[in-house]
Design a protein around this ligand. Sequence first.
Ligand SMILES: [Zn+2]
Length: 248
Amino acid sequence: MIIFDEVLYAEQIIRNGCSQRNVLVDFKILAKYFIHYKHRTDQEAREEMLNILKNSQTFIPINYLVLKIDKAISFAKTENLKVMNSVIIYKEEVDIINNTIDESLRDLAIVYLFLSKWSNDEKGFFVKEADVKKLLGKQSLRNKDLQIKNKLLEDSEFIKFVDTRTKELIKVLITKEDGEEAFRINDFKHPVLHYRQYLGEKIKKCENCGCLIKITSSNNKYCKDCKKVIKNLQTNQSKQRSKTNKSL
Ligand SMILES: [Zn+2]
């Protein structure tokens, strides 16, 4: 899963401790938080991190902790802190997508443009295939087919894959720094729906959480996630009601 807001995530670590799965990722985000957000010096960041981490995680043995913290701090200085500020897409960028990219690839192009602007790193960004599919709203897409689409976007000179020592980054080649705004992406779960709305498709907001949803013929009110939660709530309530009725 992509961590879209690293400030919120860091504050969660400070409150609740590290995640079980990705403790070194947690270290890096915490270091970025202290260096970029709290503007601490290396020494101050190291001390604060040590204070938090010596009690809130047991994955890294205490005698390695300073070493790992220092590594995280030097990494933190090479990367931006990522937050969930809304991402502005310019008209010129949309025009490039609409005019030069095959229709079957446009949603994917929007996802990459969104990730590129959100990560705000000229080297490019790294993303897992599963996360791309989630952002596309197409979890059933096979990795092989995603790779074919990637290749086609590369051939259209929309993206470039950049090999680094540790991973393959994606760099979007058509991003603009300013211009006329087309739309703003603030629903980080469904970036593509902002694009669809701009194109004139019927999109509205979930009445519970406010994320974007497609309007269907059944006049849906909620997104998939909220629909499940609300349905469960209603079932439980009606169960309870029938229980109370019986006991009367
Ligand atoms: Zn919702």
